[in-house]
Design a protein around this ligand. Structure first.
Ligand code: GLA
Length: 692
């Protein structure tokens, strides 16, 4: 006997089937099936044959593949009993509760006193399915591994794409061909990390950014994950995501995965990307203020050298450039003259601020800006008063290797959270502060799920008390970006790289998951502090204007032409931020590998902006046409080049686009594409489009 359940939206159908009262399997996930599809026939049609060298029946690739049922691949659950011996659960279907948009599957292993619950919640507007697994036990057990509901991976696919990265080089895509065996990504750093963003793209054969079928997954957890993408000897493929193994080392009676977010698209990778962007923006991030103010962050201007008159001067200049929020970065507390001391001593440094932060904040606000401040709450320097008072608050061994001269506080300890809450709350209560940049500048000494839960609890407590304060998740740039932290924060510091050239690519890849509204991007110093490159203001400013814009250079270094360019771009950003907040960021399939391009398309399709970055010199002489996407084929669009000032004397052809707008149909723009003028490398063309 087989039972079936299905979840549908306009873009996808997910079908579960349980045979013989066992744990259900996802038997279909993809393009919508007809509502009268006979699911019994569908199941029958998917039955696998058996031949030599196989078991007499193919074990289920269930929501939690079970060793006890001879599953030949990685199990969805690895448990040990009190005596340390493996406990191989065999689940029987107990109940399925269904609404229009949710499915809750409960299975039991009665002899072992276990209950397994898989929950699916389909958002019909964003097309994202959130999936969690929970394991309950009558007696405390040791968990090594619990996968979120396990999904089959597409058969008509040649590769998978996951993510690697490093400091100043986040969101690098890694393409791996499907082959027999397992690709595992296991993050044991205890934070989301630059190195292992917990996402996976499964493009089907022939899929591009703009067309073809693709699936995408993201595990919304900040403590490190494991991903398994396995092809079984019989050819079936499975995907598992969960917390990094053994990060819940204490025996317990309940374990729960973080949500695994998934979506299917028939519009290429962009279909997945816009689902994640919308879901994150509209369902996950707890916005506190309605618009995104232009930021000024003082880190790359002054570092630890806080001098009140200088900061006031910088604030005045930043406001004149168009900044609306001033963020005071590291260096204001303890005796923090460099990165060797004071983390944990969250009192204002009286040497730098003899009258407290009040005078600076008053000045910032008098310039019409809001005020934000940097904390790195989970960290402690051995050279700090708090460490001398509470060396036992540290996570890991006393003689551990330090990272940036610092250790990590044990966030599972209630007294640590209470201390941090009091210190942060005291600063927030004393001043009109609207923003925290919350940093996390080293990996943990060992991965530990309780640490992540402790951080989430502290963030939740602060947010409950200070709902108007927005928080930015930073971890040496993009070391803690995931939907778990973004359920508690409103912005990510995508990268410590303010190098616009590096940023072009990082921003484009991050947009597979992140909307512009949460993605911080700053105009850095003329000579980039992390790459040594010297980039001109037009390029730096427009790259920052692709996302949530800010400045981070010392404004005193700016020349008059730079000031005027930056003011102009900042004003453009302010004029456009309302619709761009809701826009989808669509990656364009550039025919030229030297060109990194995206199109931000308004939700109503009435306008768009294309950012086409010349990241290197092209092989051919003149630019190849750039195909746009997502337009109505029959509609007419007026396109115009916003930054014609980037045309140089070496671009000497009579191209009408250099002089004024052109009007073309969506079909022409998508099929043939737009030819942009020749430009120097390190130029970002900004092409505005308006539906007529
Ligand atoms: C990290 C952050 C930077 C800055 C410094 C301050 O590196 O990523 O933006 O805040 O810490 O120490």
């Amino acid at each position: 006997m087989t039972q079936h359940w299905r979840l549908d939206d306009t873009r996808q159908t997910l079908v579960l089937a349980a045979t013989g009262g066992r744990c259900p399997c996802v038997i279909y996930w993809g393009a919508p099936l007809s509502l009268d599809e006979d699911l019994a026939q569908l199941t029958a049609s998917l039955t696998l044959d058996v031949t030599g060298g196989m078991l007499d029946e193919n074990p289920d690739l269930s929501l939690c593949p079970e060793t006890a049922r001879s599953f030949p691949g990685q199990p969805g659950l690895t448990l040990r009993g009190d005596n340390g011996a493996p406990l191989n659960a065999a689940f029987a279907l107990h109940a399925v509760d269904q609404t229009d948009t949710t499915l809750t599957v409960t299975c039991k292993d009665t002899p072992h006193g276990l209950e397994y619950v898989a929950h699916f919640a389909l958002d019909p507007d964003t097309h994202v399915i959130a999936m969690t697994a929970t394991l309950r036990s009558a007696r405390p057990l040791h968990l090594t591994w619990l996968a979120a509901p396990v999904l089959p991976a597409p058969q008509h696919a040649d590769e998978m794409i996951d993510f690697a990265g490093r400091w100043c080089g986040e969101f690098q895509t890694v393409h791996t061909p499907w082959s027999a065996g397992i690709r595992t990504r296991e993050n044991r750093t205890g934070r989301t990390g630059h190195e292992h963003f917990p996402g996976l793209l499964l493009p089907c054969r022939g899929a591009t950014n703009t067309s073809g079928e693709a699936y995408a997954l993201h595990y919304g957890w900040s403590g490190g994950h494991r991903m398994i993408a396995e092809e079984l000897p019989d050819g079936r493929r499975q995907i598992q995501f969960g917390h990094a193994p053994d990060t819940d080392p204490q025996p317990a009676t309940e374990f729960r995965t973080a949500p695994l977010y998934g979506t299917y698209s028939a519009q290429g990778l962009n279909g997945c990307a816009l689902s994640f962007q919308r879901h994150l923006r509209d369902r996950i991030v707890p916005w506190a203020t309605p618009t995104r103010p232009v930021h000024y962050n003082c880190w790359e201007a002054v570092y630890f050298d806080h001098d009140l008159p200088t900061l006031m001067d910088i604030a005045t200049r930043a406001a004149a450039l168009g900044a609306e929020r001033f963020v005071l970065d590291d260096g204001w507390f303890g005796r923090r003259d460099d990165d060797t001391t004071s983390l944990g001593d969250w009192q204002v440094d009286p040497r730098k601020y003899p009258d407290g932060l009040g005078p600076l904040i008053d000045h910032v606000r008098a310039q019409g800006m809001g005020f934000g401040i940097w904390f790195e709450p989970e960290m402690i320097n051995p050279a700090s008063d708090i460490y001398r008072a509470h060396p036992d608050w540290v996570l890991g061994a006393p003689d551990q290797v330090l990272g940036r001269q610092q250790m990590v506080l044990n966030m599972a300890l209630p007294q640590v959270r209470a201390y941090l809450y009091d210190k942060i709350a005291a600063v927030l209560r004393a001043h009109p502060i609207e923003y925290i940049k919350w940093d996390h500048n080293r990996v943990l000494p060992h991965a530990d799920a309780a640490q992540t839960r402790g951080t989430y609890a502290l963030l939740d407590q602060l947010r409950a008390s200070f709902a108007h304060v927005e928080i930015e998740s930073c971890a040496s740039g993009g070391g803690r970006i995931d939907f778990g932290i973004l359920a508690r924060t409103q912005r990510v510091w995508l990268s410590d790289s303010n190098d616009a050239l590096e940023r072009l690519k990082i921003q484009l890849n991050a947009a597979l998951f992140l909307p512009g509204a949460v993605t911080g991007s700053h105009v850095g110093p003329r000579r980039c502090h992390t790459s040594g490159r010297t980039l001109d203001m037009g390029f730096r400013a427009w790259v920052a204007a692709q996302r949530h814009m800010g400045f981070e250079m010392d404004p005193r270094e700016l020349t008059d032409p730079e000031i005027s360019t930056l003011r102009d771009v900042t004003q453009w950003w302010k004029d456009n931020r309302d619709w761009m907040w809701h826009a989808d960021i669509l990656r364009l399939d550039s025919a030229d590998t030297a060109v990194i391009a995206e199109q931000q398309l308004a939700q109503d399709g009435a306008r768009f902006v294309v950012f086409a970055g010349q990241a290197a010199t092209s092989d051919q002489i003149v630019p190849r046409p750039l195909r746009l996407t997502g337009l109505a084929p029959q509609a007419r669009y007026q396109i115009s080049l916003r930054n014609r000032d980037a045309v140089t004397a070496l671009s000497r052809g009579a191209m009408p686009l250099k002089d004024g707008p052109l009007t073309l149909t969506g079909a022409a723009l998508m099929q043939h594409g737009v030819r942009l003028p020749w430009c120097y490398p390190e130029t970002l063309w900004v092409l505005e489009g308006q539906r007529l």
